[in-house]
Design a binder for this molecule. Structure first.
Ligand code: MN
Length: 248
């Protein structure tokens, strides 16, 4: 009797241990993506570029990157801090939250927060979704979703580039995802972020079509900049944002 019990126990443990490890490894694969870190407003801070200024050459030149990050993005950050000086309660919120709830921001500073908060959030994403030795065809879940939604990567690029080319004046072209992972292309003016008008349009990829993003190298040739830009897209980061979109 005791021997039978021992055998069952050994069998049970023998089954349970591999099952436990199988679940462990599955949970790593299926783990919910971590939330995108929110940008502090107490104070807002400019993170250094995640690579060298010259790292995206020859597609984006070092001087453009230096001015774009150290001057343009820095100005948005400084303006947020200057604007929020008299609003300690608002400083407790994230910049992300402020720009997604602009109607709760006092009217006197609403436009400043919209422009500079949007500028900070948009550029923080922009540096992250580019990388040296990147580009090429998309990878992972986003590659599949792009093919399903737009037919092919080439068809997608064409539509996205058109959104960027058609944006009159300054703004952004975006690939956004809803919470179900459905993709769409959109464009915004100035430093507006898609989440300002639609809380279910999480930007997973965005290209800055302000002249400051390309004028030194491409002058008036925005279309050429839009075409070359695909050589620096960091698909790994885009996939992370795609997972974050579906987590919200
Ligand atoms: Mn810019």
């Amino acid at each position: 009797m005791q021997t039978t019990f021992r055998r069952i126990l050994i069998l049970f443990v023998g089954l349970l241990v591999p099952l436990f490890f199988a679940c462990q490894s599955n949970s790593q694969v299926d783990a919910a993506p971590s939330a995108a870190p929110l940008l502090s407003a107490s104070p807002a801070k400019l993170d250094p570029l995640p690579y060298d200024y010259a790292a995206l050459e020859p597609y984006i030149d070092a001087q453009t990157m230096r001015l774009h990050h150290d001057k343009h993005h820095a100005t948005y950050v400084n303006n947020i801090n200057e604007t929020l000086k008299a609003y300690p309660d608002l400083q407790k919120q994230s910049v992300d939250s402020l720009i997604q709830n602009l109607n709760q921001v006092p009217e006197a500073i609403r436009t400043k927060i919209r422009n500079n908060g949007g500028g900070h959030v948009n550029h923080t994403m922009f540096w992250q979704i580019m990388a040296p030795k990147a580009g090429g065809t998309p990878t992972g879940a986003v590659a599949k979703a792009i093919d399903q939604t737009f037919g092919s990567f080439d068809a997608f690029k064409q539509q996205f580039n058109k959104a960027g080319a058609d944006r009159f004046g300054s703004g952004w072209a975006w690939l956004v995802s809803d919470r179900q992972g459905k993709l769409s292309i959109t464009s915004t003016a100035n430093q507006d972020n898609p989440l300002m008008s639609n809380p279910n349009a999480y930007p997973i990829l965005g290209n800055d079509v302000w002249e400051h993003a390309y004028y030194l190298k491409y002058q008036n040739r925005r279309a050429e900049y839009l075409t070359n830009w695909w050589n620096v897209v960091n698909w790994q980061a885009v996939n992370q944002r795609y997972a974050q979109a579906q987590r919200k």
